[in-house]
Ligand binder design. Structure first.
Ligand SMILES: NC(=O)c1ccc[n+]([C@@H]2O[C@H](COP(=O)([O-])OP(=O)(O)OC[C@H]3O[C@@H](n4cnc5c(N)ncnc54)[C@H](OP(=O)(O)O)[C@@H]3O)[C@@H](O)[C@H]2O)c1
Length: 239
């Protein structure tokens, strides 16, 4: 299984963003290995991945879990690039520290596997705008020097989404630090709210969140309202 352009690994293939990424990578001529969580009872329907154009020849689905950082070794061995997209999500803040620990140790396990492979040239970590937005400085334009202040988040913002903001911030920091320390090319992308059509069977949280703004159907309306409030503030500042 070798694509025209070589093999890349995408973590969390069942997710909204990862499934689009896999589709596009296959179309571009890459062979793709994607990881999904172990499914002992084999109940999970992965036909949406297996039926993608080119999947029969170039897609391999493998098991791995962020709670077992070494489980990514096999999927990464021999790859030229890795997209680390999977993330543990806990919007109800039920197990914040455990989620952060799982996210960081999982990401570091993936980066160690990349180093060990000696073939991975670049790792792309899907971070989040929540890693730069929340620092109490009220700045409208941010760059690489801006970080969410996790103490500010704990002390000043509602517990809702704490876990996600903190785990994404500390994981991105740890990943970049690992890259610098070990000479591994790690880049991070920081999407805000990703919306649009989806090819995965699960209704994506971010699409639900954006629709909640219109329908008022979910607590996830809160982050959307926060963004709307920011936009209104920016509009008023420009008047
Ligand atoms: N969508 C957005 O608006 C948005 C915005 C900013 C940043 N991002 C970032 O973009 C990435 C993808 O987001 P998404 O919206 O596509 O998320 P998603 O649809 O919720 O997908 C998350 C993926 O992570 C996997 N996962 C969860 N816990 C795991 C664990 N312990 N071990 C291994 N895999 C695990 C999930 O697997 P299961 O299917 O088994 O649960 C799923 O495949 C994430 O890193 C997210 O933080 C997204």
């Amino acid at each position: 299984m070798e694509g025209d352009k070589g093999t890349v690994c995408v973590t969390g293939g069942t997710g909204f963003v990862a499934s689009w990424l896999i589709k596009n990578l296959l179309q571009e001529g890459y062979a793709v290995r994607t990881t999904v969580r172990v499914d002992p009872e084999n109940k999970r329907d992965l036909s949406f991945l297996n039926s993608l154009p080119g999947a029969a020849e170039k897609l391999k689905i493998m098991s791995a879990d962020l709670s077992d950082p070494e489980s990514y070794n096999a999927a990464i061995e021999g790859c030229k690039g890795v997209f680390h997209v999977a993330t543990p999500v806990d919007f109800e803040n039920k197990e914040s520290e455990a989620v952060t620990e799982r996210s960081i140790s999982g990401a570091l396990g993936i980066l160690k596997a990349c180093l060990k492979s000696k073939t991975v040239k670049r790792v792309v970590y899907t971070s989040s705008a929540s890693t730069v937005m929340f620092n109490g400085q009220g700045v409208e334009v941010v760059d690489e020097n801006f970080w969410t202040d996790v103490d500010f988040v704990r002390e000043n913002l509602s517990p809702f989404m704490h876990s996600y903001m903190i785990s994404k911030t500390l994981t991105e920091r740890a990943a970049l630090e690992f890259g610098t320390q070990h000479g591994l090319d790690v880049v991070t992308v920081i999407p805000s709210l990703v919306v649009g059509p989806f090819i995965c069977p699960k209704f994506p949280g971010s699409v639900r969140s954006s629709l909640a703004l219109v329908l008022g159907t979910s607590l996830l309306v809160l982050p959307s309202l926060y963004r709307l409030f920011n936009l209104l503030q920016r509009f008023q500042l420009q008047q």
